[in-house]
Unconditional design. Structure first.
Length: 93
């Protein structure tokens, strides 16, 4: 059985230039490997969930404690959605 070569070359998924297969950052284009959501993605999804569920609550009921509870539920749901949506590893520029 042959051993794999230690100096194998992989291609960057963004610019298709050769790079080391163990790299976390492409030396050519600067793309980085990210695991999970970035902070801005988590914040945007959480804020959108909070606003959407608070708006639905306001349409169904007058503004009350229920609106605050729906906003909190939307905040948590948006946060969990962002972690589900951006859960894998990906290359971002």
């Amino acid at each position: 059985m042959r051993k794999p070569e230690a100096n194998a070359i992989a291609l960057c998924p963004v610019c298709r230039q050769p790079m080391r297969p163990t790299s976390e950052k492409c030396p050519n284009c600067g793309a980085e490997r990210h695991y999970g959501p970035r902070i801005i993605e988590s914040a945007v999804c959480a804020f959108a969930g909070m606003v959407l569920l608070a708006a639905v609550s306001t349409l169904l009921l007058p503004i009350s404690l229920w609106t605050i509870m729906f906003a909190a539920i939307g905040l948590v749901a948006g946060f969990l959605f962002s972690h589900n949506r951006f859960s894998g590893d990906r290359w971002l520029k």
